[in-house]
Design a protein around this ligand. Structure first.
Ligand code: OXD
Ligand code: MN
Length: 584
């Protein structure tokens, strides 16, 4: 008898009519076949195989370079369940609209059946997905980003416990592009895009949108968070998970080379984008990274901002929409101070300075996680790693201090729910506009965000020792517009303060928004930063926060009666703490 997977593959083939079907096993031989084929048809451009062995450049269609939130839908029976922050279509309408786009979409193409595991192969917290795609680039990328092939099929057996995702690049026309999710039946359809976030269905579509729905049903959390371990001089490692909106430096923070290494503080990478977190039998919060690779933003990456990834991407890496040097090495803005001569831009044209950027601002590298020198020896521990701190952050030029600690879990949930950041290039849209992005999940939560805040509150009440919740802002600017904090490897100083707060050893001043470090509680040795600058970095201006509180109150209106009372309580408590200050 046919297995549920075989039945679905056959149905999908009937609809999309490929000329052949290939079941991916994830082997090196298969990857070689895919590579050869892509080199043959121009999907891949060979990079310098002496200096970048196993590395290839892929140039996408210029109209297909980022996630397209406007074309991304959550399709629940009831509109209210998708909430005010998601685009919604009724499931039947979505299918009627999108099915014709799949009809015959794979004619003359190969259909790849890509079975994959999200999470360590042996973890009880891992889940299986199967992506059907007509893109060999997607199949090769999924081999890096997940545990792909035989390992997943072996784990699945004849079970129906997998998340199916049907993907076709279609004709790449934005008019016929849809990324639709059916959380109630745990199904994903994506057509018309080959871009990572739209097309590698294990990542945002499954591991965040569908998984967030599953997590609420099953009592766990699927979050847009990096996971890192901070090792102290005694060798003890404390794990933290952090949520920042897209392109705020999650990968750089997760892979940081610590500026306090000589003091014995070092950072280990567990994941750079997504955390699945469960309550363990002992009441602790345990996180696994569902992914197996990094799909990172290339521009701005160099040996100062992220030396570990610079080492990692020297072999077996796929580059997408970067520029290429004369000697066929990948290049992007921010790699060197001055661009080398003879560059080819991301579209394949010869480049000269003064033109638009040589690499697309959202150009990417796709690299196996284990290739990073910073990868934690425990990154695939099946039981996950115990999380002691959750960190929220965003780009706020003025408002938020370098770091503050929330009063307690409920206040921390409020801090996460009201996070905001200036927009960047990872999502299409205007760059530089402030948008509120609760827990960095705005584009990724598969259900009503009011219910999502409630789920966070409930998780906190079930945890024995809930992690402390912090907020950071690496991006505060002075009056002259320059950044006040050096960032990158120096951010370890802030992590060290958090660790000492967790251990009850660091000082803090109480402010209306939470606990802010005292100047003496931060390790600043070896850093040239003036007292004044530090004062500006840590300042909490009640009048600015009073404006923020009004904006928060307005933002909360969006969630109607699904907003938990606790969130309004926290907003009012903030208002009264600010009022107590300003009225005296
Ligand atoms: C990403 C994103 O690519 O958040 O990780 O957009
Ligand atoms: Mn992300």
């Amino acid at each position: 008898m046919a297995t549920p997977l075989e039945v679905w593959v056959e149905e999908s083939a009937k609809l999309t009519k490929p000329s052949q079907i290939v079941w991916c096993d994830g082997s090196a031989e298969e990857n070689e076949r895919l590579t050869k084929r892509m080199l043959g048809d121009g999907t891949y451009i060979a990079l310098n195989q002496t200096t970048y062995p196993g590395c290839y450049l892929h140039r996408s269609n210029p109209n297909d370079v980022a996630r397209t939130e406007g074309l991304t839908f959550i399709c629940t029976q009831e509109k209210i369940d998708a909430g005010p922050t998601n685009n919604w279509m009724a499931p039947a309408d979505a299918k009627e609209k999108v099915r014709p786009l799949f009809d015959g979409a794979m004619k003359g193409r190969t259909m790849y059946v890509v079975p994959y595991i999200m999470g360590p192969a042996a973890s009880p917290y891992s889940k299986i997905g199967v992506e059907i795609t007509d893109s060999p680039y997607v199949a090769a990328s999924m081999r890096i980003m997940s545990r792909m092939g035989k390992v997943a099929l072996d784990r699945l057996g004849s079970s129906d416990d997998f998340v199916p995702g049907l993907h076709s690049i279609g004709d790449l026309s934005p008019d016929r592009r849809f990324i639709v999710h059916f959380p109630e039946e745990k199904l994903i359809w994506s057509v018309g895009s080959g871009y990572g976030g739209n097309a590698l269905l294990g990542k945002k579509c499954f591991a965040l949108r569908i998984a967030s729905w599953m997590a609420r049903e099953q009592g766990w959390m699927a979050e847009h968070m990096l996971i890192l371990g901070l090792e102290d001089p005694s060798g003890k490692v404390t794990y933290m998970a952090a949520a920042f909106p897209s392109a705020c430096g999650k990968t750089n923070l997760a892979m940081m080379v610590s500026a306090l290494e000589s003091e014995g503080y070092r950072v280990w990478t567990v994941g750079d984008d997504i955390a699945w977190m469960h309550i363990a039998p002992d009441g602790s919060l345990r996180a696994v990274n569902p992914e197996a690779g990094f799909f990172g933003v290339a521009p701005g990456t160099n040996s100062r901002t992220n030396p570990n990834v610079i080492k990692a991407i020297r072999h077996d890496t796929i580059f997408t929409n970067t520029a290429m040097t004369e000697s066929r090495e990948p290049w992007w803005e921010g790699m060197d101070a001055t661009p080398p001569g003879g560059l080819t831009d991301w579209k394949g044209d010869s480049w000269s300075s003064g033109k638009s950027p040589a690499a697309h601002p959202n150009s990417r590298y796709t690299v196996p996680a284990w290739q990073s020198p910073s990868i934690s020896p425990h990154w695939e521990d099946p039981e996950g790693l115990p999380i002691s701190a959750l960190i929220f952050g965003g780009r706020r030029a003025r408002l938020a201090p370098l770091v503050y600690e929330s009063h307690h879990w409920q206040h921390g949930v409020f801090v996460g729910a009201t996070m905001a950041s200036e927009t960047t290039a990872a999502a299409t849209g205007t760059v530089g506009v402030t948008r509120r992005d609760p827990m960095a999940m705005l584009p990724f939560c598969g259900y009503h965000m009011g219910d999502y805040f409630r789920h966070w509150l409930e998780m906190g009440s079930k945890l024995k020792n809930p992690p402390k919740i912090f907020h950071v802002n690496w991006f505060r600017r002075g009056a002259d517009g320059t950044f006040l904090w050096p960032g990158y490897g120096e951010n370890v100083r802030v992590l060290k303060w958090m660790l000492h707060r967790i251990e009850g050893r660091a000082g803090a001043s109480e402010t209306p928004i939470g606990y802010v470090p005292t100047v003496s509680s931060l390790t600043l040795d070896g850093l040239s930063i003036s007292r004044d600058t530090l004062g500006e970095l840590l300042a909490v201006h009640p009048s600015d926060w009073a404006e923020e509180e009004v904006a928060i109150a307005q933002f909360f209106e969006n969630f109607g009666d699904r907003l938990p009372h606790a969130m309004r309580d926290e907003q009012k408590a903030l208002a009264s703490r600010l009022g107590a200050l300003t009225s005296h």
